[in-house]
Design a protein around this ligand. Sequence first.
Ligand SMILES: CC(C)(COP(=O)(O)OP(=O)(O)OC[C@H]1O[C@@H](n2cnc3c(N)ncnc32)[C@H](O)[C@@H]1OP(=O)(O)O)[C@@H](O)C(=O)NCCC(=O)NCCS
Length: 148
Amino acid sequence: MEIQLKRIDERNFVDAFNLKLADGQEAFVSHPIRSLAQAYVYYNQCTPFGIYDGDQMVGYVMVIYDYDIPEYDVWHMMIDASSQSKGYGKEALKKVLEYIKGKPFGDSDRVALTCNKVNTIALKLFQKFGFELTGNYDKDEVELALIL
Ligand SMILES: CC(C)(COP(=O)(O)OP(=O)(O)OC[C@H]1O[C@@H](n2cnc3c(N)ncnc32)[C@H](O)[C@@H]1OP(=O)(O)O)[C@@H](O)C(=O)NCCC(=O)NCCS
């Protein structure tokens, strides 16, 4: 499996619009359509990516830099319902962390994200990569962070 991250642009945004979450997962993550609207607002501090297996977009993720802290945040990572549990999430997260290590927006080693506290598959995935609960939370979302 050769997973690649490709920036969302005029060639592939419709593929991102067509990605689907499984039933019940809308509570865990914003759909790429909403995420891309946010990417427009934060255009100078984020990169939205399609997650690709060959020519096929199998998922979506956005990396955003928070200049105030400063830190890198991973937003809205999702794998299409038809492609989940095949190892794509794990490979994509590796690529995301490689991208962040290149410090595309600024100098920080801290990577943070939030995750619904009942989203056990995602929580386990992030913890396997070394993300730890920070103790911060907002409603049902807990914060995890990793120092690269
Ligand atoms: C969370 C998500 C990104 C993981 O991606 P994925 O491609 O399905 O996951 P992978 O196949 O790479 O598996 C990652 C780990 O989760 C486990 N896993 C995957 N699907 C599973 C399932 N249905 N039940 C139990 N464990 C599962 C895998 O076994 C693997 O663990 P391992 O390393 O111990 O083998 C994906 O399920 C998803 O898009 N979920 C909905 C959106 C979401 O919740 N995003 C996260 C927001 S914080």
